[in-house]
Design a protein. Structure first.
Ligand SMILES: NC(=O)c1ccc[n+]([C@@H]2O[C@H](COP(=O)([O-])OP(=O)(O)OC[C@H]3O[C@@H](n4cnc5c(N)ncnc54)[C@H](O)[C@@H]3O)[C@@H](O)[C@H]2O)c1
Length: 314
């Protein structure tokens, strides 16, 4: 299928990611359906869409009329018959291999033979997810970053059986909806973003665990230093600007000192086992009392919007 033939898009899974992804497709004029197997979740999704849209109207990115049109352009359904007539499906359901395989075994038999299929898995093997899928050549990864209506990056990942045309069309589609796609040409778990992110987070947790610095200072070092630079230069570009001789010598003496554990970091394990899962349970590395958690998300989104404007728009 070619880019111009894609008109009807279905996002499957109306959670944190899927709900926000649906807004982008709708904003770019695609006839968009948000599918979830549970009705109740669709009602929550509607409320989340309304909140996200309010932020975009407030920031001047959308007029009230445009925002109304976006919201009108998103159909919400728990009825699987929607899959019979669509050109592109992105699945963003729970991160579990068996559930994803089962979903795709079922859905790939309901769609037209030409419909392109993609999964928003954070890092599970694309080839494994596609294992029970009819025509795995038309299946690929399309990995978004939270919050997907604001973060520009989308990774397009080829599985072992993905054909060139599928990867090319999904890449072009991501560009068309205003994203900055990258191609993962040889599948590896975690793709690009999550491999780099996890390596950094393991060291961040190690620094806190070893008492080298407190969580707040680790976060500030990232926000005001590394993250500030990384919004403009990638790690390899940063090395070029700094001088490869410098980074060679730093790598020589520092790498042996870094955490190389293959276990879940102990601090993360401890939080997980206590049910301290971050904003959604109001407690993670920081506390988010009921009245502040919504505000924290709003403030984060306002900053992302300003950053996006500064770097890519106005
Ligand atoms: N949250 C993130 O930061 C993030 C970032 C990138 C990618 N992802 C990936 O996106 C996917 C979804 O993550 P999320 O954070 O939105 O999860 P979530 O739990 O918020 O949403 C998942 C949704 O899928 C629905 N669902 C479950 N089984 C289903 C089925 N068989 N059919 C239809 N709907 C079903 C659930 O009801 C729920 O609404 C996962 O694969 C995750 O790894 C998440």
């Amino acid at each position: 299928m070619q880019l111009a033939e894609i008109k009807k898009v279905i996002i499957a899974g109306a959670g944190t990611m899927g709900t926000s992804m649906a807004q982008i497709f709708a904003q770019y004029g695609y006839d968009t359906t948000l599918y979830n197997h549970r009705e109740a979740t669709l009602q929550r999704a509607k409320e989340m869409i309304r909140m996200n849209q309010q932020a975009l109207v407030k920031s001047g990115d959308l007029t009230t009329e445009e925002s109304m049109a976006v919201q009108k352009n998103i159909g919400l359904t728990a009825d699987k018959t929607c899959f019979a007539n669509c050109d592109f499906v992105v699945e963003s359901i729970v991160e579990n291999l068996e559930i994803k395989q089962e979903f795709w075994r079922d859905i790939s038999r309901l769609v037209k033979p030409s419909t392109l299929l993609a999964t928003n898995t954070s890092g599970i093997s694309i080839t494994k997810i596609a294992a029970l899928t009819e025509k795995p050549a038309r299946f690929c990864g399309m990995h978004w970053f939270n919050p997907p209506h604001l973060v520009p990056l989308v990774e397009v990942i080829k599985g072992e059986h993905t054909d060139e045309e599928t990867a090319r069309t999904v890449f072009a589609l991501a560009e068309k909806i205003g994203k900055k796609p990258v191609l993962v040409k040889n599948h590896a778990k975690g793709f690009i973003g999550n491999r780099i992110q996890l390596a950094g987070r393991r060291e961040a947790l190690h620094i806190v665990k070893e008492g080298i610095a407190d969580a707040k200072d680790v976060d500030n070092a990232m926000k005001y230093g590394l993250g500030f630079r990384y919004a403009c230069l990638g790690p390899l570009e940063t090395a070029d600007f700094g001088g490869l001789d410098i980074f060679y010598h730093v790598a020589e003496y520092l790498l042996p000192d870094l955490d190389r554990s293959a276990e879940v970091p102990p601090l993360l394990k401890e939080k997980y086992e206590k049910g301290e899962l971050g904003i959604k349970t109001q407690q993670g590395f920081y506390s988010y009392p009921e009245e502040t958690s919504k505000k924290a998300i709003q403030e984060r989104d306002e900053k992302f919007i300003r950053l996006f404007h500064a770097l890519y728009q106005k």
